[in-house]
Design a protein around this ligand. Structure first.
Ligand SMILES: C[S@@+](CC[C@H](N)C(=O)[O-])C[C@H]1O[C@@H](n2cnc3c(N)ncnc32)[C@H](O)[C@@H]1O
Length: 255
């Protein structure tokens, strides 16, 4: 598995931060004692959780050595745990489990999400944000190129199917264990600058596991094909900027 590149990921730090903060702002909890940020990445959002609830013990959990190294470098006083969310269990019963843009990498939601919800204190909260962009050209065209070309045999095992279900599926999955659920979706019309900014975006997330299977000349061919799709799906506007619409789903489950 290719590790994450924190520098590439943080190129769009502002766009990635906004939904994380909007989720935090909607969480209705007085004074949580124990908070876990699952799939914490570079830790910038874990630090915001600590700022918002300074008396809480806050720990960031992630399976990427690169991301955790960046997190512990930038926020040395916070607690960082290396773990795979599929098997992770909290050391202390949490008041709040928070996760921004991480569960799209752990596809078995039917099992994983109720299991995690079960670990939370009664009266506690499970707050997550999931990107819903797998069917958009930015992501779908990557899978199409990988499946339709001479690289199919090598790339197909590394293609991730759409991991994110619909809001009603999550409602039915989580509501048997909750007092109430607050859910919403937002489409951010992200204004990006420069040439092929959507390529730069996916270089920080979904592209590396596929590109790492190819030689450098094959990578160039792959990217050229991808760029031609991006040019028609996300054309530059009159001012030279590119609009990259991005839908995200938010779920706050009150136990
Ligand atoms: C898109 S980043 C989000 C990072 C951070 N939450 C943020 O919003 O900036 C996804 C993170 O999930 C982590 N991740 C993916 N699969 C994971 C797993 N199975 N266990 C733990 N962390 C995982 C990745 O290492 C990565 O840091």
């Amino acid at each position: 598995m290719t590790d994450w590149n924190p520098t590439q990921y943080l190129r769009f730090g502002n766009e990635r931060l906004r939904p994380a903060i909007e989720l935090i702002d909607r969480i209705n909890i007085e004074s949580p004692k124990t908070i876990y940020d699952l799939g914490c990445g570079t830790g910038s959002i874990t630090a915001i959780l600590k700022e918002k609830w300074p008396r809480a013990t806050v720990a960031g959990v992630d399976a990427s050595p690169n991301m955790l190294e960046q997190a512990s470098q930038d926020y040395p006083t916070l607690t960082w745990q290396y773990a795979d969310l599929n098997s992770w269990e909290p050391e202390i019963e949490p008041d709040l489990i928070y996760s921004n843009a991480a569960f799209q990498w752990t596809p078995h939601h039917q099992v994983l999400l109720p299991r995690l919800l079960e670990t939370i204190k009664d009266g506690g909260i499970f707050a997550i944000q999931l990107p819903k962009n797998w069917r958009e050209p930015s992501h779908a065209s990557i899978c199409e190129i990988a499946r339709e070309t001479q690289w199919k045999d090598r790339l197909e095992p590394h293609i991730m199917e759409n991991p994110v279900a619909e809001p009603l599926d999550y409602y039915d999955l989580l509501s048997p264990f909750c007092k109430s659920i607050d859910m919403w979706e937002t489409t951010y019309m992200q204004v990006l600058t420069g040439d092929y900014p959507v390529l730069e975006w996916t270089k920080g997330t979904v592209l590396p596991p596929l590109l790492s299977q190819l030689s450098s000349s094959e990578q160039k061919d792959f990217i050229d094909k991808y760029k031609s799709t991006l040019a028609s799906s996300y054309p530059k506007r009159n001012d030279g900027n590119t609009i990259f619409p991005f839908t995200r789903m938010f779920i706050i489950a009150y136990k």
